[in-house]
Design a protein around this ligand. Structure first.
Ligand SMILES: [Fe+2]
Length: 584
């Protein structure tokens, strides 16, 4: 049975394909469209999944969409009757129409008969799709499962258990109360207005002291039984005055906080204003309030379910700083978070939920790596290089072609010599993080490396940290209490005696958002880090996504373009390499 999962008309639209209970392909639309967090319908991600699986559209048995507008109708009606929002109704009606027409959109996209698509559709509510996205691909047979996000289908938080091939919901928090929305409101107050900017605030937080914690704690009231409530007087998302667009292109969300928040925390920062100590303190305070709320919620989930393992999903599960505290603060002993914990992951969840509902088959899949995206052949890479031959010649780059794994040792030497290397291999990563197949790599031992990458290549805020990829075998040598995590979803303290050894990946508070790399998970990346370790005594590299203020590069041509327009020193694509002439 072939099931295609789709996230559409939301942020981070995406597609995933599951065949007989095995994940075959998963990819975000933003990589094709070159628009971050791309909304609308994932036409190209859908076509790519079919191509990766080698199947035709007519072979698909089920199209599972990760939205169900019919969910919670009485709650929605009650909300409309009691709160009387202004514009929300119209916005939602428009989005609803798009969701209703999805079978036609799929049919048009794949040149299928709409009636046939209609008979193969399954709607999976947004939060059950989040829960499924973690639970059904985790290594756990028996675990608690929790999703925390902004909103989807009127729910912001949900939890339950996974036992065998069934996820059972046990509790939820509904619109308009949402921890994701609280984080968004303060992110906007701090002047970060783009969709998905919350991670910048998380990076800024360790620079400040939480001296606004008492004030920000007023925004949310934590209840027993794991639920919580926002003080809605600080928020405008519920009253209908906020523009949101999920149409084709970049999603946008208007200002979701009221003037009362500025009365509480001071004037909102304008995007062009410098970031100062007050902003750092607000970020720190928000992160702390958020962590307390998440830990209170998860402690309740732990007690209520009596499980020792946890699967976590939802946009808030991209908060890797909070994730790294879960085992220490909630009683859960193991945590699994797949790399697309945000909304793109609902395509994966919808596909697996539909598969299990239709087949009732036992689970037979564990996501052990993130490489579910497109791959380009060596011939394609060679053609891309030929296509750019003129630009390459003008750049003065030397061209190398390696045999077998010889490229690994050569690249390790380049990194150890202080070169910044674009590293492009195999299938693209699923999820927001580059995990060693579309990465920019550098020497973590060099204190100046953060500034070098920020000023020469990434052109991004100075406060954002760079992450380490470390050999799985060496994780305890460098980190305190860290879990094995191939998906870079948890932040842990770097051992105090190692912080000066790897300053480029040590954040201001001594932490690091590590990716553990195993020989099985990514053999070539593991070999590269091991070779770097043999040369330097440090089995770790700095890993940042291969891009420059854009989605992570997808094709060899995009990798080449990014290399040529920035000041990267070396580009490795498969077994091909380009080496820029030495800097004077
Ligand atoms: Fe979500």
């Amino acid at each position: 049975m072939i099931v295609v999962g789709l996230n559409a008309y939301h942020g981070d639209v995406s597609a995933a394909l599951v065949r007989d209970g095995q994940l075959i392909a998963a990819v975000e639309e933003e990589r094709f469209r070159r628009i971050k967090h791309c909304a609308g319908f994932p036409h190209r991600a859908l076509a790519s999944c079919l191509e990766m699986a080698g199947v035709s559209a007519a072979d698909v048995d089920c199209f599972a969409i990760s939205r169900d507008p019919r969910a919670h109708l009485w709650r929605k009606a009650l909300f409309l009757a009691t709160k009387r929002p202004k514009r929300t109704v119209g916005d939602r009606a428009r989005n609803l129409l798009k969701l209703r027409s999805i079978p036609d959109t799929i049919a048009a996209s794949l040149a299928l008969d709409p009636r046939k698509v209609r008979s193969r559709m399954m709607a999976i509510e947004h939060h059950p799709a989040h829960l499924a996205s973690a639970a059904y691909v985790s290594p756990f047979d028996d675990a608690a499962v929790c999703a925390i996000d902004g909103f989807g289908d009127f729910v912001s938080t949900s939890w339950g258990v996974v036992e065998g091939n069934r996820v059972e919901g046990r509790g939820a928090v509904y619109f308009p109360h949402s921890l994701g929305l609280m984080y968004l409101a303060i992110t906007q107050h701090l002047g970060f207005m783009k969709y998905g900017d919350e991670f910048k605030v998380m990076g800024l937080a360790p620079y400040g002291e939480p001296r606004f914690k008492k004030e920000i704690a007023q925004l949310v009231r934590l209840h027993e039984h794991g639920t919580f409530e926002l003080d809605l007087s600080y928020f405008s998302h519920w009253s209908g005055g906020v523009d949101m667009t999920w149409d084709d292109g970049e999603p946008t969300i208007g200002r979701v906080f009221t003037p009362k928040l500025e009365a509480l925390l001071g004037a909102a920062r304008q995007p062009s204003d410098p970031v100062d100590g007050r902003h750092e303190a607000i970020a720190s305070s928000l992160q702390s309030v958020f962590e307390d709320a998440v830990m209170t919620l998860l402690s309740h989930v732990r007690e209520a379910t009596r499980k020792t393992k946890l699967c976590l999903a939802g946009g808030c599960a991209m908060n890797s700083v909070a994730n790294g505290q879960v085992r220490a603060r909630t009683g859960f002993r193991e945590v699994f978070i797949q790399p697309a914990a945000g909304d793109s992951g609902t395509a994966l969840g919808a596909a697996f939920e539909a598969w299990h509902r239709r087949s009732n088959a036992p689970r037979d899949f564990v996501m052990r790596h993130a490489y579910w995206g497109p791959q380009y052949s060596d011939a394609h890479i060679a053609a891309a290089l030929e296509g750019a031959a003129g630009d390459i010649a003008r750049s003065g780059c030397a061209r190398h072609l390696f045999v077998g794994d010889d490229v690994v040792g050569w690249t390790a030497k380049q990194i150890a010599a202080g070169q910044v290397v674009g590293w492009y291999q195999g299938r693209m990563e699923w999820g927001a993080r580059a995990l060693g197949n579309r990465s920019i790599l550098a020497d973590p031992r060099r204190a100046d490396m953060r500034d070098i990458i920020n000023t020469r290549i990434k052109f991004r805020e100075r406060f954002r940290p760079f992450a380490p990829s470390v050999l799985e075998e060496a994780v305890d040598e460098y980190f305190v209490g860290a879990a094995i995590d191939p998906f870079m979803q948890q932040v842990y303290p770097i051992r105090p005696d190692k912080r000066s050894v790897v300053p480029a990946v040590t954040h201001v508070d001594g932490s690091g958002r590590l990716q553990t790399v195993s020989r099985d998970g990514n053999p070539r990346y593991w070999q590269l880090i091991r070779a770097f370790g043999d040369l330097t005594g440090v089995p770790m590299v700095l890993n940042t996504s291969f891009n420059e203020n854009e989605p992570i590069v997808l094709t060899p041509t995009e990798a080449l373009d990014c290399f040529l327009r920035t000041s990267m020193d070396v580009l490795v694509v498969g077994n091909h390499a380009l080496e820029r002439p030495c800097r004077q």
